[in-house]
Design a protein around this ligand. Structure first.
Ligand SMILES: [Fe+2]
Length: 196
């Protein structure tokens, strides 16, 4: 992993840390931040790679988000706050993020790239302030809605067109997670006709 890769992953982790507090002030702000990160990583880098090399970079940023999501669900599942159906839902979603991770890992390797590894430790800002099951669900909702938007923002950037339905499929799954979490929070599960 290059210093640039490490820096990108650290930045994703930092964004994840701040996402819950962003949710407190408005979901949209958090989503914009995540999408901006993707755009910055892929279009404003000093040397933008093209072709398969660019695809590998995109997938590695997505992989960093999946590593972070898996760690976040560990936090939620081990908090002791989730019980019954809510806990089962969280475990199911985490398993699907692991499937996304495995798919990205395999594809990066198939493309001749080196898949980024998870950080040794993830720090989530304000994690100590999560006091209720609802807090955990709101935290997860921010993560899932942000991931959906982040994936959507990458779709036109892939040089390998066959990757678009794969990445789009992951985005759809993240959106399903967000809808289910909204239902668990007794919110409108599908607030927007067009997800951005
Ligand atoms: Fe995922």
């Amino acid at each position: 992993m290059t210093p640039t890769d490490q820096s990108a992953i650290m930045e994703v982790a930092a964004l994840a840390s701040g996402r819950r507090s962003l949710l407190k002030t408005g979901m949209a702000a958090g989503l914009v931040t995540v999408v901006s990160f993707f755009n910055r990583s892929t279009s404003a880098a000093p040397v933008q790679k093209t072709g398969k090399a660019g695809d590998i970079d995109l997938m590695n940023v997505a992989l960093a988000l999946e590593h972070q999501a898996i760690a976040a669900y560990d936090l939620g599942a081990t908090s002791g706050l989730l019980k019954g159906d809510a806990l089962a839902l969280a475990v199911h979603f985490q398993n699907q993020h692991k499937a996304h991770r495995d798919l990205l890992n395999d594809t990066i390797k198939k493309f001749g790239g080196v898949a980024n590894q998870p950080l040794a430790k993830y720090e989530f800002a304000d994690a100590a302030k999560i006091k209720t099951a609802e807090d955990v669900l709101v935290f997860a909702l921010g993560l899932e809605a942000g991931a959906t938007s982040a994936y959507l923002s990458t779709l036109t950037k892939f040089a390998t067109k066959e990757l678009i339905p794969v990445v789009g499929g992951i985005a759809c799954d993240e959106a399903q997670h967000a809808a289910a979490l909204r239902m668990a929070l007794k919110q409108q599960p599908a607030p927007d006709a067009i997800v951005k």
